[in-house]
Design a protein around this ligand. Structure first.
Ligand SMILES: *Cc1c(COP(=O)(O)O)cnc(C)c1O
Length: 448
């Protein structure tokens, strides 16, 4: 086998890569008050803000969009989409939504009442917010290893089965559904093992609790199972995926991740019980059940994307990209959260910039410097985002699917080498203006 894993595509449509001078970037930052959310994308060279909705679509996806059926009801595109989801998951009931959080809002809207509880490994922030909005409680039960950044573990996204068992025993009448997030986004894109999914399903079902997957990165998670779980490497990826979905009663999906599209989502269910209520709500807020807040062309792109994401060449390349970046950063002595997950790298800014105290936002300082030096847009996940509650001072580089190439990564890695030499000279920031909630989106900063 060759060592080099290549991009499994040729590029036919290109976008220019913006390259500004450092001087220009300085003035852009000043204008944006050193908040990268306030920088225009046309001033960003490498946009690693998120992997959500930033996929480059294939020629086959664009072609499928051209032959969509935009009928209000009963569209051919919907039926193709439904059949694709059913063939992958085995779930017969498919409800399209405009993105993941719309699926959450719908399902929690019909299931949750104040005082109820929903366990998971870790809830993603929109999932948690939608649970709390209904007056219920989102409970994270990830294994203890999942909370230690420098600890290596093949399935750091696993749920703690003992805690899950006692939680279900104690609160079973208050738990209308149990969840698992695959891969565990909040925990750094860490996978959940098939064994853990099976054991969690057994516990949920023993207490009569329906088990719903947050399946945003189901294909990446299945690839980790194939490559890390004993005796799985010969199993076709589709079989592993099917085994995962067979264990649950349904899933919610943000197709902006492993759907390989720029917008879309769905709920898919094994049983009919909730379907009528969901469709009634869907009509109120998203649209008719055969388009659910999307254009039929979006459904067509998603139908093709769901096949492409399960190509093994694609998944091998996809996981190789984040792991290549991670391995090289470790070689450079840049502290990152380990092991590297599926869709992103998390740099430990507190460790990389020990001269900057938490109160002066080491993550923000690093994010600003990455932009100044190379036009990289990253995301601070630390004291700016979570205030005093921040467990760590991280900077996330999330990788859009099929957008950047290895030479982009090599260029960025050279930049990290330069940055490492100057790291001790970086200074912190102070906040000059911030709203009371979700302040990272709009806060203004000044250099110290
Ligand atoms: C992105 C995401 C969501 C929410 O999906 P949107 O499409 O952004 O609304 C929910 N759960 C997980 C794990 C996610 O990564």
């Amino acid at each position: 086998m060759r060592k080099t894993i290549i991009e499994p595509f040729k590029i036919r449509v290109t976008e220019p890569l913006v390259q500004l001078t450092r001087q220009k970037r300085e003035s852009v930052l000043e204008e944006a008050h050193y908040n990268l959310f306030l920088v225009r994308s046309e001033h960003v060279t490498f946009d690693f803000l998120t992997d959500s909705g930033t996929t480059a679509m294939s020629a086959a996806q664009w072609a499928a969009m051209m032959v969509s059926d935009e009928s209000y009801a009963g569209s051919r595109s919907f039926h193709r989409f439904r059949e694709k989801v059913t063939s992958i998951t085995g779930y017969p009931h498919v409800i399209p939504t405009h993105q993941g959080r719309a699926a959450e809002k719908l399902l929690f809207g019909i299931l949750l009442k104040p005082g109820m509880k929903v366990p998971s490994n870790n809830h993603f922030d929109t999932t948690r917010a939608n649970i709390e909005y209904m007056g219920a409680q989102a409970v994270d039960l990830v294994i203890p290893e999942g909370k230690v950044p420098e600890l290596e573990h093949p399935f750091k996204g696993n749920i703690d089965l003992e805690r899950l068992e006692s939680f279900c025993k104690e609160f079973k009448d208050k738990i209308p559904l149990g969840m698992l997030t695959i891969t565990n986004n909040t925990g750094g894109g860490q996978p959940v093992s098939l064994e853990n999914i099976r054991d969690a399903a057994r516990i949920y079902h023993r207490y009569g609790i329906p088990f719903i997957l947050d399946a945003c990165r189901f294909a990446e998670n299945a690839w980790f199972i194939k490559t890390r779980e004993p005796a799985r490497d010969r199993d076709p990826i589709r079989n592993i995926v099917r085994e995962i979905f067979d264990l649950a009663d349904g899933c919610m999906m943000s197709a902006k991740k492993d759907g390989l599209v720029n917008i879309g989502g769905f709920i898919a269910l094994k049983h009919e019980t909730w379907v009528q209520d969901l469709r009634n709500q869907l009509i109120l807020t998203e649209g008719f059940p055969t388009y659910g807040g999307l254009a039929a062309r979006d459904l067509e792109a998603l139908t093709v994307g769901l096949d492409e994401v399960l190509e093994e060449d694609y998944l091998r390349y996809r996981i190789a990209t984040s792991h290549y970046m991670g391995r090289r950063l470790i070689e450079l002595g840049i502290p990152i959260v380990r092991p590297v997950g599926g869709h992103a790298i998390y740099i430990d800014a507190a460790k990389f910039l020990p001269q900057i105290p938490k109160s002066e936002f080491p993550g923000q300082a690093l994010a600003v410097e990455l932009y100044l030096q190379d036009g990289i847009r990253s995301c601070e996940i630390g004291s700016v985002m979570f205030k005093e509650a921040a467990p760590m001072e991280l900077v996330r580089l999330a990788f859009p699917r099929r957008v950047y190439t290895q030479s982009h990564f090599d260029y960025i890695l050279e930049g990290f080498e330069e940055l490492r030499a100057r790291a001790a000279s970086l200074r912190g920031f102070r906040i000059t203006e911030a709203p009371p909630f979700l302040r990272h989106f709009t806060a203004k900063f000044a250099k110290l």
